[in-house]
Design a protein around this ligand. Structure first.
Ligand code: PEP
Ligand code: MG
Length: 850
């Protein structure tokens, strides 16, 4: 006894191989999460079998061939008892080699166990060990052992024979040698290239360490009620309170989980009695233990246990592996039960996890037929019949059929088709291409830049890399969360905006200190933004309103007008339409700020691009086809993104902005009440010079004066500038003089800073990222070093001219947690993002403020 405790003391005093007691010096950073958790269970006085923890450092040395003193390592354990070794990494998600059980089993011990438990059980224990040792330690051919099985004496003899034949050596009999070899193989497995890449993919640092625990085996076999299982207090899918688990009599390890219909648990059914009936005391004590673990470990835990003749052993506790939906509900319940604080609850949910709640998702637990990949441009998944034109998408929707719109790339003309489709797939484009921006805006699953698929638009065929073709009407699924295209329809998980989600986000709003607005173009978008509690609209791309209903024809008439009178006539027809849109936006947002951007795209985007479209337009406008083609050609530009668009168009054809501004003012007046005064924000796109702002401001002031005079109503408005060109950022000081806000449009700003077309980036972006030219796609993750420098410079210079200047970001980066952190640090007032990103942004912003 004295000797044993001296040896215990020696193990305890060794920082690298430590007997896990309440006071042993272990931490998650030196020994891994499992070891630390076991210590917490020991501190709670739970019946945990004796355990020795090996530190990251010890395991690292083992991998290099420096073995610890094996006699010392084994000293805390009883002579003749079996051991198991389990991994203990910094984060359970990083994986690690799987556990090896029944170490110490050999011919002599087999006889002892046979006497106690019978031949068959003893043989099964031994056979399981020989099996895992052969495959995982000696690395023998799995085919040989797969045929042998692990139950009973015949399997044991066959396994021992196979080991000997394959290695020309008898199976090792010395428990110390067995243990040393197990430790060595697990340590080396962690260092292997594929294991390293796998865990780095899950966010592990390059030097992530592995700890190991050596634990005495609680067997789960023998007289009385014996067995093993797992138990948890919540349902892993929903997070709702529900006792769940599996138990299998006369079993060990993962038997209960893999035991199929043999495993049972709570209720008695055709399979036999429940654990509650078999071992009522053990069952009750397990529930108490699970509740205690929830309270003290401050987490929903899965309890791994063994019952030996009715006595409970707790082998381990791990956080319940769960869906994002269950994660949100469980942290909210923990905070409501005052086990954790609201702040901790907020910090425990990764913002991106909310995407799983906001959109339908492919059930990835089921295997699917992957036919292509691209950029995951807009999250969520949908199934439908392939259509190749926007018109076909609308026709399918009219027939009540779900369809997936497949295009080389989309343009504003496709908007109605996109609204009609359930998902969009494009060959070209990146994170800020048209399809991606619209997809995220309206919550439509979208994969873009699927360059490995062949898009034959005329033949209406989609050919995938293995040669299969999908024609119009064939069913595919677009998984916009993972950037995957699947053949046929697949099982889905539904979106769930439940009460726990709402509660968590209301806590987030209490914490955060940066505003979150939404980019919303239409009243429907504004409804979504309002539903997700955006604090206003930070960007309304007003041009998107022109693609609805019959407005496009009037817009085209305006573009084709030869004289100023004809143009004003067309604009007069557009005015009430725009006014109605703005009125509805102001009403929907009920007094929250609404920032309306004046027309931005080049005019040719409003014109048809093919012959049939030209002919239809000639008919609609009652002019010769040759006139249409002549005007289309005249308007086309070599590089339209850098051509006559944005404020340049506003200055060249000022009547368009005049009409838009008038519509904004008249709408604001019609919605304003003394309780809810509307102060519209008008934003000028693509500015690069102070004079541009002055010219537009002059005309806006004239229109305001005219509307005031006509209506006799006074009103306020704010005029701001979108910083989308590097020059606007550099000259922010003088540009800010005549504006009340600057909003950084990081899509164009990234495009222009890199000199990289946002619609063509998809062609080589993955290659660039793979080769490390860019750390990330800069259209997806804000380029802090380059574009970020312009943001900081622009913000600083703008505020030099006007200290109270409102600053914001409204590019697609606005919803990313990293960009929000950047904007917050730079003193921005708000970020604006797609409506469906608003919840993610609210949570991310709260985490930054905690
Ligand atoms: C931008 O350029 O960042 C922006 C928000 O405008 P758009 O995407 O409409 O060009
Ligand atoms: Mg822009």
């Amino acid at each position: 006894m004295l000797r044993a405790s001296l040896e215990d003391a020696a193990v305890q005093n060794n920082p690298h191989t430590t007997l896990i007691t309440a006071t042993a010096p272990v931490s998650p950073d030196t020994h891994g999460g499992r070891t630390k958790c076991l210590q917490r269970l020991v501190r709670l006085d739970l019946p945990v079998p004796r355990t020795v923890g090996l530190s990251f450092d010890a395991v690292h040395r083992i991998a290099r061939g420096e073995m610890p003193d094996m006699a010392l390592l084994l000293s805390p354990f009883e002579q003749g008892e079996l051991l198991c070794v389990r991994p203990s990494s910094g984060d359970p998600d990083w994986g690690g080699p799987s556990a090896i059980l029944n170490i110490g089993m050999n011919n002599a011990r087999f006889d002892d166990f046979a006497q106690r438990l019978g031949n068959e059980t003893a043989a099964s224990l031994y056979a399981r060990f020989v099996h895992s040792y052969s495959l995982r330690v000696a690395r023998l051919d799995p085919d040989v052992f797969d045929e042998i099985g692990v139950e009973g004496e015949a399997s044991l003899n066959a396994a021992l024979r196979a080991y000997e034949e394959e290695t020309d050596e008898p199976f090792p009999q010395d428990p110390a040698v067995q243990l040393a070899e197990v430790l060595r193989s697990m340590a080396r497995a962690w260092d292997g290239t594929s294991a390293r890449l796998l865990r780095q993919g899950k966010g592990a640092p390059a030097d992530a360490g592995l700890g190991l625990v050596v634990q005495s085996m609680a067997l789960g076999f023998g007289e009385g009620e014996c067995g093993s299982g797992v138990l948890q207090l919540i349902d892993r899918e929903t997070g709702l309170e529900q006792l769940t688990g599996r138990y299998l009599s006369q079993s060990q390890g993962r038997d209960a989980l893999e035991g199929g219909s043999k495993a049972l648990f709570l209720e008695r059914d055709a399979r036999g009695p429940s654990l509650e009936e078999l071992a009522p005391d053990a069952f009750r004590s397990l529930i108490e233990i699970a509740q205690l673990m929830r309270l003290k470990l401050r987490e929903e835990m899965q309890v791994e246990f063994v019952i030996e003749n009715g006595r409970v052993h707790i082998l381990d506790g791990v956080r319940v592996s769960r869906t994002s939906r269950a994660a949100v509900r469980s942290v909210v319940r923990l905070a409501e039960d005052k086990i954790i604080t609201r702040q901790e609850a907020l910090l425990r949910v990764p913002p991106s996890a909310l995407n799983e709640l906001l959109h339908r998702q492919v059930d990835r637990s089921v295997s699917n037929d992957l036919i292509g990949r691209g950029v995951a441009a807009s999250p969520g998944a949908a199934t439908g019949k392939v259509v190749f034109t926007a018109a076909d998408a609308q026709a399918a929707a009219a027939r009540g059929e779900s369809c997936v719109l497949v295009r080389r790339e989309t343009s504003p003309e496709d908007i109605r088709g996109m609204h009609a489709a359930k998902a969009v797939l494009t060959e070209r484009g990146g994170m800020t291409s048209h399809a991606a921006v619209i997809g995220r805006g309206i919550g439509l699953p979208c994969v873009v830049g699927a360059t490995e698929m062949r898009f034959q638009m005329r033949k209406k065929l989609l050919t995938v890399s293995d040669g299969r073709t999908f024609k119009e009407g064939d069913v595919i699924t677009v998984d916009g969360t993972h950037g995957e295209v699947l053949s046929g329809s697949v099982p889905m998980l539904e979106a769930t905006l439940d009460d726990a989600f709402q509660t968590l986000l209301s806590w987030a709003d209490d914490e955060r200190d940066i505003g979150i607005r939404a980019n919303a173009d239409t009243p429907a978008d504004a409804q979504t933004a309002k539903m997700f509690l955006a604090q206003g609209i930070g960007l309304c791309r007003t041009e998107h309103m022109f693609f609805e209903d019959d407005r496009l024809t009037v817009m085209r008439e305006m573009i084709f007008a030869e004289s100023s009178e004809d143009r004003s006539a067309a604009l007069k027809r557009l005015l009430p339409v725009q006014r109605a849109d703005f009125t509805e936006l102001f009403r929907t947002m009920a007094g929250l700020p609404v920032c309306l951007r004046l027309l931005d795209p080049p005019l040719h985007e409003f014109l048809p691009s093919d012959h049939a479209g030209h002919r239809a337009l000639a008919e609609a406008l009652d002019i010769p086809l040759s006139d249409v083609t002549r005007r289309v050609e005249a308007l086309s530009e070599y590089n339209p993104m850098l051509g006559m668009r944005g404020v340049r168009l506003g200055i060249k054809v000022p009547e368009i902005y005049d009409m838009q501004v008038r519509a904004i003012f008249e709408a604001a007046i019609s919605v304003t009440t003394p309780e809810m005064p509307i102060v519209p924000e008008i934003m000028i796109p693509l500015v690069s010079a102070k004079r541009e702002v002055e010219l537009v401001k002059m005309r806006v002031d004239i229109v305001a004066a005219a509307v005031r005079a006509e209506t006799g109503v006074d009103f306020d408005y704010k005029l701001g500038v979108m910083v989308e060109t590097p020059r606007a950022a550099l000259r922010a000081e003088d540009i800010a003089e005549s504006t009340s806000f600057l909003s950084f449009g990081t899509n164009d700003l990234t495009q222009m800073t890199y000199g990289l077309s946002r619609d063509d980036a998809g062609r080589f972006m993955s290659e660039y990222v793979a080769q490390g030219v860019f750390a990330e796609d800069p259209f997806h993750t804000l380029d802090v070093d380059g574009v970020g420098e312009l943001l900081i410079l622009g913000a600083k210079r703008g505020r030099m001219a006007r200290p109270g200047l409102t600053l914001s970001m409204c590019g697609e980066h606005g919803g990313n947690p990293e960009s929000i952190a950047f904007c917050r640090a730079a003193g921005f007032d708000y970020v604006s993002c797609s409506p469906f990103r608003v919840p993610v942004a609210r949570l991310a912003a709260a985490q930054l403020a905690i």
